[in-house]
Design a protein around this ligand. Structure first.
Ligand code: HEC
Length: 196
């Protein structure tokens, strides 16, 4: 009887696994937003980031990167963001964008979800307004195209000034947005940090 029960269980779990791996869907945007809020409330900084680091453009003069324990554990183990080659399932990393007055203007996030988007390293890409309203969500190609520049880091950039993108790259993606002068100065001071 017990043996039969065990067999039934193993068949059941095999079926469940089969279904789950066929198509993994993203959590609803408001569920992910709740997790982002928790990181914000706990000031859960991504290792290597600090509050109000220099951002690239006038729309994000300051940025703060946050991360959950899974993401940070991978960074801690590897030694730095640049040394991580794969993040574990459930990793969450968030970038808060602030204007020159340090007012929050938007939030972007990447959630690692195994089986969600194998072609692009299984990240759910998300952008929100400060109040949680969704701007874009899912397999957002505009985000992926740029983040793919650091494919060897599983598409996660190290916070500035560790890694910087040239003005031409920012302009290619955001032609109407002016660069922050602080970022332009960083590019001059740290040419070795530029990702090509
Ligand atoms: C033109 C290139 C570019 C585009 C487009 C872009 N990003 Fe980024 N993103 C970066 C760079 C460079 C950083 C590192 C700066 C930092 O950490 O503050 C970054 C940082 C991040 C971070 C913090 C983790 C990390 O990689 O450092 C998240 C989360 C993020 N971006 C999500 C998004 C989402 C979501 C979109 C689309 C809505 C997007 N990004 C579009 C270049 C880009």
């Amino acid at each position: 009887m017990i043996r039969l029960f065990k067999i039934t269980l193993s068949i059941l779990s095999a079926t469940t696994f089969g279904l789950a791996s066929a198509a993994t869907s993203a959590p609803p945007p408001n569920a992910l937003w709740k997790n982002i809020k928790l990181l914000q409330e706990h000031h859960s900084l991504m290792l290597g980031s600090h509050a109000f680091q220099p951002g690239s453009r006038v729309v994000d003069v300051y940025t703060t990167d946050l991360a959950n324990a899974r993401e940070n554990e991978a960074v801690r183990r590897a030694g730095s963001v640049a040394a991580v080659t794969r993040y574990p399932d459930g990793s969450l990393v968030v970038k808060e964008n602030y204007d020159a007055h340090k007012k929050l203007t938007g939030v972007t996030a990447m959630l690692k979800l195994k089986g969600y988007d194998r072609a692009d390293r299984d990240w759910v890409m998300a952008a929100y307004k400060p109040d949680g309203q969704v701007v874009s969500y899912g397999k957002v190609q505009a985000c992926i195209a740029c983040h793919a520049m650091v494919l060897k880091q599983d598409t996660v950039f190290a916070p500035p000034p560790a890694q910087l993108l040239p003005v031409a790259v920012w302009k290619a993606f955001f032609p109407k947005q002016a660069m922050s002068q602080q970022y332009v100065a960083l590019l001059k001071a740290h040419p070795e940090a530029i990702v090509h």
